[in-house]
Design a protein. Sequence first.
Length: 444
Amino acid sequence: MPADENRSPRTKAFTRAESAAVHGGRQSRLGITPPVVTPIFQTAAYELPSTAAAAGIFDLLTDGHAYSRLNNPTCDVLEERMAAVDGAVAGLAVASGQAAVTLALLNLCQAGDNVIASDELYGGTWNLLANTFARFGVETRFVSPADPAAFGAATDARTRCYFGETLPNPRLRLFPVEEVAAVAESHGVPLVLDNTMLPYVLRPIEHGAHILVYSATKYIGGHGSSIGGLILDSGTFDWERHAARHPLMNTPDPAHGGVVWTRTGQDLSGPLGRSAFLLKARETLLRDLGPCLSPFNAFLLLQGLETLPLRMRAHGENAARVARFLHEHPLVERVRYPSLATGEEADRVRRLLGGNGGPLVQFEIKGGREAGSRFIEALTLVSHVTNVGDVRSMATHPASTTHAQLPEAQQLAAGVTQGSVRLSVGIEHIDDLITDLTQALRAV
């Protein structure tokens, strides 16, 4: 028998996001000769070796698995891999992007608290914050990210976090990450950002963001086949320094036997010990509300994540070409695309995104809503879908779909007019995309 047969698998060394997307996640937990592809651990529960071991897991003294609502080996690898891509200390996989937003914010807020949020948001998130959170007794104060100081002006003693989208859907005006992060630090408030539209392209933690959320359904999965969400913790926010503002993190929590989250789990050797914020979210909200990610969906999302850097480059190249084509077309009144920005916004795009303007294009056709409808219905290669983030190109009319439930004032704040069309530009050949757009515009 070879002398080294029982040695642990070698640790794979990497420093770049491209390598992390392929190799991130502790495969060593999967055995002495782990599989190259992370398998699907399709199980609800796990056999526990002893009552003492079971008690250690449930008392947060031991890092382990007991029930897949809380954690699962396939989901573990997804959490750690995306955390490695973004430079976070840990991640938490959940059932959808909406679940990620909900858990990330409710992890800090209770009745009487408030969230300061950008008014440039996806319609479903606006409804969550404005209506559902209000029924929980949590107030949301909407401010324009065009004035980063507005976040500080709206802050009071019960403000628990700031929230925004890095690339608001569908306004596509890049969020001022650095400026709002500075305001957040000065007030002792964590900045939570939804980076769904710009994974890999933008690494918000490098620019001061504290917590990231994703709809992994979109570009992380990339193929429109599975729904999932992720929460990532940068590990940079000092919860104990701002204990008075964040009592849920720093006072005994009756939801888990009176533990104080900033003092719990620090001795765990695995991911559970790296983030007090995510340990609390996992052991209270994920446990009680139950939006856990299916191991099968985690497997599909891992498959997509491996090609994320390649796809995001292709999406960005195609979207830039489409934006230029529409910008020059006589039937198009206005085009929104980050790389077409001017002034201070253009400087921010260059600084944060480099040469990749992202995968989404919004434009308005002369003739308003009726013209937009005729355009969408004339498309053949581009699909009429309310989703984004697929390898396929997709078009939608936000005013009648994703933002239909918003009052008109909030639609306009989000950048939605009656004639707006949003394109999620896929990775097809650019000539075929331009040909389809051209013939659809003729039908207007």
